[in-house]
Design a protein around this ligand. Structure first.
Ligand SMILES: [Zn+2]
Length: 243
């Protein structure tokens, strides 16, 4: 059984070499790792360079970081200079759980649109974070005509998840059960689901991606091998991974 972790943060592990070798041994075929800030992005590229054909980098500015940043220029030029080395732009998005004041939310919106425009101009897929902002995030990406989209840890209600699936967006499922997630996994087609760990932020490591696969298999009442086959294929296609 081969699995892909479509979203995690290897740069946040001090012992990332160990974490990667454990994932390799446990049947993880590839890891897509995302940066969240200037510093993270640099390290993300360094790690990916050490593991070509296994670790694939995505770089961007997470909304929680964007709201406190003075300028996005240096990260945007870093992104432009390294566009040939990455498989996507992210994580980017909106987070109204952390962004509360009008200043914070407007900085988040500004950053999200800036990076979204860049991704669209380069035809790169997006890795999108949304928290308590799912409806607005979907409206923005649909209005801009984005097609290659991964909504990571999507926690919107079922009708929003169905809208996302109808537009061909993918939703990645972390190895943490919740009522809302169960509903989404049950009703959204397997073709729109990916596996993720968001490691280390949701606890665990990329090796735990098999827990997400088993969770989806249990909820949908299908074989875990089918979950593995379909989600791996979709993730490789979304990011055009050469693994
Ligand atoms: Zn994340």
């Amino acid at each position: 059984m081969e699995l892909v972790d479509s979203h995690c943060h290897l740069d946040a592990f001090k012992n990332y070499d160990e974490v990667i070798s454990k994932a390799l041994k446990s049947g993880v075929k590839a890891i897509v790792t995302s940066g969240c800030s200037g510093k993270d992005n640099t390290k993300t590229l360094e790690i990916a360079q050490k593991y070509p054909e296994y670790v694939f980098p995505v770089i961007g500015i997470a909304p929680q970081e964007a709201m406190d940043m003075g300028s996005f220029d240096s990260v945007l030029s870093f992104l432009k200079n390294n566009k040939a080395r990455i498989v996507g732009v992210g994580e980017i998005g909106l987070d109204f759980h952390w962004g509360k004041t009008p200043e914070q939310t407007s900085r988040q919106r500004e950053c999200f649109e800036l990076f979204l425009e860049f991704a669209l101009s380069e035809k790169l897929p997006l890795v999108v974070h949304s928290r308590e902002a799912e409806k607005e995030v979907l409206e923005v990406i649909m209005k801009k005509g984005a097609e290659k989209v991964l909504l990571h840890c999507f926690s919107g209600d079922l009708s929003l998840a169905e809208t996302a699936a109808e537009h061909g967006f993918l939703m990645s499922v972390p190895p943490v059960p919740s009522r809302g997630r169960e509903k989404i996994v049950k009703h959204v087609p397997l073709e729109n689901l990916l596996l993720e760990t968001d490691a280390p932020y949701l606890g665990g490591e990329p090796a735990a991606v098999n827990v997400s696969a088993r969770m989806i298999a249990d909820i949908k009442g299908i074989d875990v091998e089918e979950v593995s086959r379909v989600t791996t294929k979709s993730c490789i296609a979304l990011f055009n991974l050469r693994c």
